[in-house]
Write a new protein. Structure first.
Length: 281
C-alpha cells in the first residue's frame, strides 16, 4: 500500500520527466544561469545541481538515481558523481512534514525545525567530502544534436517511460522484502525491545520510525534518534540505492560513508537544539 498509494503516484512522473530532461538536454538550460552559485556553494556543475535538487524535493532514492543517470549520459564526471552520492540523497519534504511531524509527533511546530536539521546536516556532510577546488571536476558535456519529433516519440519518450516503470517496480520489491524482514525481527526481539527498536529503525525508516515512536523514552532522546534514522535511510534505502548504481561503476561506499556521517551529524544537531538551545518545544 505504501508503494501503490505513495511512491507510484509521487515518484514515477518525476522519474519519467527527469529522464526526458536529461536525454534532451533541457536541464542544461534550467540550471546553467546560476552556474557560479552551484560551484561556490556546493562545488557542483549545473547538471550536478539538478541531481541535488531532485534528491531534496523527491526523496529517496531519486538523488542516487539522477546521479547515476547523469553519469551514464556523460553529463557529470565520476568524481562529481561520487561526491554527490555522499550528500544528495534525502528523505522527501512531504515525508518529513506529514509522516514524521504530523503523523508520529502530532506537532506542526516541528516541521521547520525538522527541515533545518535534516538539510543543514546534509550541507555539513557535503563540506566533509567536498574537493579542495571545484575546478578539480572535469565537467563533461555531450555533443548537442538536434532532436526530431520522431526521435522523441519513438526513442526518448519510450525509453524514459520504461526506465521509470522498471525503477519504481524495483523499489516496490525492496520495500516488500525489507518490510517482511522488519516484521520478523520485531517478533523475534519482543523480549529485547530496545534492541528491536534500533534494528527496526536501521532496517526500514517508515515502519521503523513508527515502532520507535512507541518507545517510552523522553522526547529529548526520541526526536533526535528518529531524525537520525531518517537521515540514514535504513538498509532498505541502501539496497534501493545500490540497485540504482548497478549499471555504473560508481562506488556504493561513497553513499554509505555519507549516510553514516549524516546519521551522527543529524543526531548531534537535533540533540543540541532540543537539549541545549531549547529551540524545539
Amino acid at each position: 500500500m505504501l508503494w501503490f498509494y505513495t511512491l507510484l503516484p509521487s515518484l514515477l512522473p518525476f522519474m519519467i520527466l527527469s529522464n526526458i530532461c536529461i536525454k534532451t538536454g533541457l536541464l542544461d538550460k534550467l540550471f546553467e544561469a546560476p552556474k557560479k552559485f552551484w560551484e561556490k556553494a556546493f562545488a557542483l556543475s549545473p547538471s550536478g545541481a539538478y541531481a541535488l535538487c531532485m534528491g531534496i524535493f523527491c526523496g529517496y532514492p531519486m538523488g542516487a538515481k539522477i546521479t547515476a543517470d547523469l553519469y551514464a549520459e556523460h553529463r557529470i564526471s565520476k568524481q562529481e558523481a561520487s561526491y554527490l552520492l555522499t550528500f544528495a540523497c534525502f528523505p522527501g519534504p512531504s515525508f518529513l512534514s506529514s509522516y514524521l511531524c504530523v503523523g508520529l509527533f502530532k506537532n506542526t511546530r516541528l516541521i521547520f525545525p525538522t527541515y533545518f536539521i535534516l538539510y543543514s546536516s546534509g550541507f555539513l556532510c557535503s563540506l566533509l567530502f567536498r574537493p579542495q577546488k571545484s575546478s578539480e571536476f572535469s565537467y563533461l558535456k555531450k555533443t548537442k544534436k538536434e532532436i526530431s519529433g520522431s526521435d522523441f516519440l519513438g526513442n526518448i519518450l519510450d525509453t524514459s517511460i520504461m526506465n521509470g516503470f522498471e525503477t519504481i517496480t524495483k523499489l516496490g520489491g525492496y520495500i516488500l522484502i525489507f518490510s517482511i524482514l522488519q516484521g520478523i525481527s520485531s517478533i523475534a526481539l519482543r523480549s529485547f525491545p530496545t534492541l528491536g527498536y534500533f534494528l527496526q529503525g536501521i532496517t526500514e525508516i517508515t515502519t521503523g520510525n513508527a515502532a520507535l515512536s512507541k518507545a517510552s523514552w523522553s522526547f529529548d532522546l526520541l526526536y533526535p534518534l528518529i531524525l537520525a534514522f531518517t537521515s540514514f535511510g535504513g538498509l532498505s534505502v541502501a539496497a534501493q540505492t545500490k540497485s540504482m548504481l548497478a549499471d555504473t561503476d560508481l562506488p556504493f561506499s561513497s553513499y554509505l560513508k555519507g549516510k553514516i556521517c549524516n546519521f551522527f551529524c543529524t543526531f548531534a544537531i537535533a540533540f543540541c537544539l532540543v537539549k541545549i538551545v531549547k529551540v524545539i518545544i
